[in-house]
Structure formats: structure tokens, C-alpha cells
Design a protein around this ligand. Sequence first.
Ligand SMILES: [Fe+2]
Length: 235
Amino acid sequence: MPIEPWFPLAIYYADLENAAEQKDSLVSNVLKLEKESYKKRIDSDIAWTGDFHGAGHIHQDPNFAWIVKQLETHTLRFLEELGIDISKIDLYIQRAWPVVSRADQAIPPHSHHTAHVSAVYYISVPESGTLKSGAFTIYNDAGMNEIIAGLGDEHTNAINRKNPFNYEEGYYAPTEGRLLIFPSKQRHGVEANQTGETRISLSFDIVITSAENGDPGLYEFLSPPPSMWKKFEQN
Ligand SMILES: [Fe+2]
């Protein structure tokens, strides 16, 4: 009596070589950016996120060149695994920012609406590899097998055996030196850091356009490359 698992969500991860030797320099560069940033403008129970505080361009900062190169390599591998013809697209890092999560800080559920592919890299994780250090959580909004909406909700509670066909969330234990890549549209969040120590990570947003000089047929569903855009002279 087989059941086929059709249409799975693809989340890529890689444990990067040289992560340990890059750690100290990345940590100090992130903490420097945090120190020099805008005054914290979000609640104290939410992690410090560089994009909100003027530190959203680490992809242009030579201090982060190593991880940017790793991100590019692994993103291409991910897209190739998804069956995408890399020769037909160009990829751009749109923004990239550090996240500093101190005791009990979390990041509420959200999606990255302006990008196509997103990634997180864990530079420094207390109690690495455990859910205590602030699990990266992905939410099953598609509900492919939720044959009646709300069956698993707290009052109905009519699902008594969790399995990949009915998971409502998936959890990744943050792991030092690990790069995680996922579709930007996938809603996700970060659980509270329960270790009492600081976790430091980087986030990336990548945009995909048609390749330069690509066949015009590509433009139906791929944005033309930015070199073909014209900015309004006034607005
Ligand atoms: Fe996010």
C-alpha cells in the first residue's frame, strides 16, 4: 500500500569547508557593523537584523567575500538540482545582512517578497545543532494534504500521528558553518534563542533575471536584465 510523496519542497544545505577558520573574522565584522548601525528600531524580543539598520549590503563588503563566493557556488548547485537551465538566467544578490540573536530573541514568520532565492549562513551558534539555539522554521502554507482545513488545530485536534504528509512546520536546528538555501516565497521564521548566548548568522536575498542577450521568449516569465531597464527621470 504505497503512498507517493509528490511535489516536495526543496531546501538545500551544505556544511562549508573552512567555516571554522573564517568564523572569528566574520563574527568581528558583524559585531562591528552592528555597533556602527542605526539605533535598534525593533522590539527587544526580536533579533537585530542588519537590513533594518543600515547594514544590508554585506555582499559589497570585501570582509564577506569568502561567504559570498560560497553562496554563489551553492545557489547554482541548488538551482541545477531544481532542473533550472543556468545558461538562461542571471543571478544577482539583491541584499545581504547580518542577524544577531541574543537571549530569547526570535524572528516572526515572514516571506522575502522581493527576492526569488534566499539563504542563511550560520557563523556562530551556541549549542550548535540543537533546536534550543533558535530553530529555523518553515511553514507548510500549501497544505497539500490538508483535506479539511483546520483538522489539526488545537480544538479539533483530529490528527494523532505526525508525518511528512501532514507536517505544518519543519524545523532546522541552526548548525555552525552551515549554509541553508530555500525559495524566498516560502514562509519561515526563527524560534527564540533559548541558549542564553548570542547566535550570529547572515541572510541573503537573490533575484533571478533573464540572461543578458537572452532569447526574447525568456521575458515572458523572467524579468529582463537590469541593464535593459530605464529609471524614470523624475518621480
Ligand atoms: Fe527571513
